[in-house]
Design a protein around this ligand. Structure first.
Ligand code: F6P
Length: 530
């Protein structure tokens, strides 16, 4: 364990019993433990991080060479070294940022040319006869655009957008039912164009279109790095929007994979989304560590997860339209930083990235907040809230929403002492042992950490900032852990086994060689199939 990690472990030991609330004896704490970028505010003052701990965390940033690795990423170096690839999703939003080279060649002319083709195509679709767009993709080819289309629904003035991801026939069947095959555009989104779920759904959609009088040759588009495979599928080159292998699937919504979003909100609003991301890139590259929002967001994550040992974190947007953000971040963070070995193949000495989960507030309050407040596990919470909603005629709804968001972080920090609970129950007429018993159920331990990201309004620019903020947070946490955040070998084994199980499930091969549980499950399924 390096001296920087040891210093942090020591600080944790020294401060674990301290009340977060006591840190506010310093009247400047809220300001000193916040980061601003334009109109956006990231407040981490309701954590147990003090000036000394922050210095110790920043020492870890220095020791891990975050600056060097960040610059290597932006410069197109092959930092995804188990796949020998550069990591340049930032080039997709580099609207006016100059050349970006990979192996000596500037990639920007190609990026801007594809963007221009997307704009022309999106405008055609928006002005044409299409009533519906169905994006077929999974993982990074689904979660980003699906999340963003919902997030930006006030800007949605194009055709309706639907997202099909699951290979469960229920998904495509429920989606296509009621759509007109003659006025539906199907977008097959797959970086590799081999993903079994996507290709199965794409074939089903093609058959549906043919059966219902549509014309797949003119009503299908593809988003992929694999030109040969899109051609084999029968999608003409002018409807194929390509990208390079230096765009990772879960980082890909800024380019062609974002086509459904561009069709929904128009090219101008999509540009604003890109510019929001680009602004975050500039900030990430230039700001001092203490003023650097992605870095400080990452450090609160490292403090809570690797140092304090809190294994999960909840993402809690008080913004109904960000309801799919926790799912999106689940892939971004868990596929990126859920690794067991460092770059050189040696086992990690600290826990890997956390379990990321959550839901929009206030709904979550009526579902899982009970555990967050009184359960025995500490769940660091990441709140998000806009100063203003889009529904100006419903401002009182928004005020209630904001009040609830702020109330939760305050309640988590303050808690309720047993003395206060006793007093409450006494007022209600309880006494003796029953008073004590009832009071104990009403105690809140408090001292539970949270952060809050506040922004003026959820518009395309702000969404771009938020997504890029989290991307860079994941990058910084990955560098500190010394892992490769850009591969995903952990998804392979399940895929291989699914392929080998298919003939068994079809009843074409006996389950020989399978473990007893798997064989019995195959047998049960076969026996109970109509
Ligand atoms: O689940 C693994 C994965 O490779 C993800 O990383 C990716 O986002 C998803 O599958 C879809 O891949 P593709 O875009 O190639 O269909």
């Amino acid at each position: 364990m390096s001296k920087e990690w040891s210093a942090l472990t020591r600080r944790r030991g020294e401060t674990a019993d301290r009340k977060i609330l006591s840190l506010f004896d310093d009247a400047d704490r809220a300001e000193a433990f916040s980061v601003r970028l334009g109109d956006m505010l990231f407040d981490y003052s309701k954590t147990n991080i003090d000036a000394g701990t922050r210095d110790a965390l920043i020492a870890l940033v220095e020791a891990s060479d975050v600056a060097g690795k960040r610059d290597a990423m932006f410069s197109g170096a092959p930092i995804n070294d188990t796949e020998g690839r550069a990591v340049l999703h930032t080039a997709l939003r580099n609207l006016d940022g100059g050349p970006v080279t990979v192996a000596g060649a500037d990639v920007m002319p190609g990026v801007l040319d594809t963007l221009e083709r997307m704009r022309a195509f999106a405008e055609d679709v928006r002005e044409g006869l299409y009533t519906d767009v169905v994006n077929i993709g999974i993982g990074g080819s689904d979660l980003g655009p699906a999340m963003a289309v919902q997030a930006l629904s006030p800007y949605h003035d194009g055709p309706r957008c639907h997202f099909v991801s699951n290979v469960d026939g229920a998904h495509i069947s429920d989606t296509l039912r009621g759509l007109d095959a003659k006025t539906t555009l199907v977008i097959v989104a797959s970086k590799t164009f081999t993903t079994i779920e996507t290709m199965t759904n794409a074939r089903t959609a093609k058959a549906w279109m043919v059966e219902n009088g549509g014309d797949p040759a003119n009503q299908f588009a593809a988003l992929s790095t694999a030109d040969d495979k899109t051609a084999d599928f029968g999608i003409p080159a002018e409807r194929v929007f390509g990208f390079e292998d230096w765009v990772g699937g879960r980082y890909s919504m800024w380019g062609p994979i974002g086509l459904s979003l561009m069709i929904a909100i128009g090219a101008k609003a999509f540009d604003a989304f890109l510019r929001g991301g680009q602004e975050m890139d500039r900030h990430f590259r230039a700001a001092d560590w203490r003023e650097n929002m992605p870095v400080m967001l990452a450090l609160t994550g490292v403090w809570h997860n690797q140092v304090c040992g809190h294994a999960t974190r909840a993402v809690l947007p008080y913004d109904q339209r960000l309801g799919q953000l926790p799912d999106y971040l689940q892939q971004l963070e868990m596929e990126s930083n859920g690794k067991g070995v460092t770059m050189d193949g040696t086992p990690l000495e600290v826990p890997s990235g956390p379990v990321v989960w959550g839901a929009a507030g206030t709904n979550g309050q009526h579902a899982f907040y009970q555990l967050i407040h009184q359960g025995t596990r500490v769940v660091p919470c990441e709140f998000m809230v806009a100063a203003e909603g889009h529904e100006t005629d419903l401002a009182h709804h928004h005020q209630l929403l904001v009040a609830n968001c702020l109330a939760q972080s305050e309640a988590l920090m303050r808690g309720r002492a047993v003395e206060v609970a006793r007093e409450m129950m006494q007022m209600k007429g309880y006494e003796g042992e029953e008073l004590e018993r009832q009071a104990r159920h009403r105690v809140f331990p408090g001292n539970r950490p949270s952060t809050t990201l506040a922004y003026p309004k959820l518009d395309p620019f702000t969404l771009g900032q938020i997504v890029a903020l989290y991307e860079h947070r994941v990058f910084v946490e990955g560098v500190i852990l010394g892992i490769n955040s850009f591969d995903q070998w952990g998804v392979e084994l399940g895929k291989e086994l699914a392929t080998s199980l298919q003939p068994l499930v079809e009843g074409k091969e006996p389950p020989d060689g399978k473990d007893g549980s798997t064989a019995a499950l195959v047998e049960f399924i076969l026996r109970n199939r109509a």
